[in-house]
Ligand binder design. Structure first.
Ligand code: AMP
Length: 279
């Protein structure tokens, strides 16, 4: 496995990779969710490239950039174990040298949900992913359903900017009690960790009510709130029943929807989602 920190080395090593190249962008502190993407990429491509970069431009001024967990040596050992070929690990100054002033804004699909609560977040994501796509030039790029709006933004951007690659969105990997794996789960105290599966419980309750025939979007939102309200440590920031592609909020009867939420458990902000669909 080759680990590179500069553009020149990246370009030289990229040229040597047999194609197709499968690529996944990460912010490191890897867990089974990331590794499931690596395995999928490994099974579908001749080469696998991974980036590890905690992207400062997708964090708001009040967010956790400095505190974001990092452990490069552990990450590299995990990626080596999965047979990854190339790791791109630039410094922030390499990605954003002095004078940097070019941004990618994906408009409507960035606006609701996470975009509304994290102003500028998707501008940072779209910009860094554009730069990563240019630098790594993969044939396929892998993203997790865990970050559903991110996946929708990247799909839109890839189509709009004519990137010649396939975006592959992989299922959310969960802990045995349903908590979606996340590098941020490390912030949870013991009590918070015990409370955190309430997000998935709420999503499953709404999903099963839908399976039993409930179609009203507002009623589904109420069910999500009812379950979250049972957990005193949980403070919902939003719950949403939205169109899975455009992410516009739905009302009335639904046949297909993204159920999603952001919930503070203590001081930690967690997100989760499921897609429901008429069978
Ligand atoms: P991050 O390091 O958090 O930026 O995540 C890198 C990629 O891994 C993104 O495409 C995420 O959506 C994906 N990912 C993170 N957590 C999970 C999970 N629990 N299951 C599946 N994919 C995930």
């Amino acid at each position: 496995m080759i680990v590179v920190h500069e553009f020149g080395r990246l370009r030289a090593e990229r040229k040597r990779l047999p194609e197709p190249v499968g690529f996944l962008p990460t912010m490191g502190y890897l867990h089974e969710g990331h590794l499931s993407l690596v395995r999928r990429a490994r099974s579908e491509n001749r080469s696998v490239a991974v980036s590890i970069f905690v992207n400062p431009t997708q964090f708001g001024p009040q967010e956790d950039l400095a505190a974001y967990p990092r452990d490069l040596n552990r990450d590299l050992a995990l990626l080596e174990g999965e047979g990854v070929d190339l790791v791109w690990n630039p410094e922030p100054e390499t990605m954003y040298p002095p004078g940097f002033q070019t941004w990618v804004a994906v408009e409507e699909v960035s606006q609701g949900l996470e975009g509304e609560r994290r102003p500028g977040h998707f501008r940072g994501v779209a910009t860094v992913v554009t730069k990563l796509f240019h630098a790594v030039a993969p044939q396929r790029a892998y993203f997790g359903q865990k970050d559903a709006q991110q996946a929708a933004v990247i799909r839109r951007m890839t189509a709009d900017l004519d990137f010649d690659l396939e975006v592959v969105v992989c299922p959310t990997v969960r802990e045995p009690d349903g908590l979606a794996m996340s590098s941020r789960n490390t912030y949870l105290s013991v009590e918070d960790r015990r409370a955190a599966p309430v997000l998935y419980r709420a999503l499953k309750a709404a999903e099963s009510t839908f399976a039993d025939g409930e179609r009203d979007a507002q009623r589904l939102r109420e069910i999500l709130h009812e379950i979250l309200d049972q957990e005193p440590r949980a403070k919902p920031q939003y719950v949403s029943v939205a169109d899975p592609d455009t992410l516009t909020e739905l009302n009335g009867q639904v046949t297909r929807a993204l159920l999603s939420m952001a919930v503070f458990i203590g001081k930690t902000r967690l997100i989760d989602n499921v897609v429901i669909e008429n069978q």
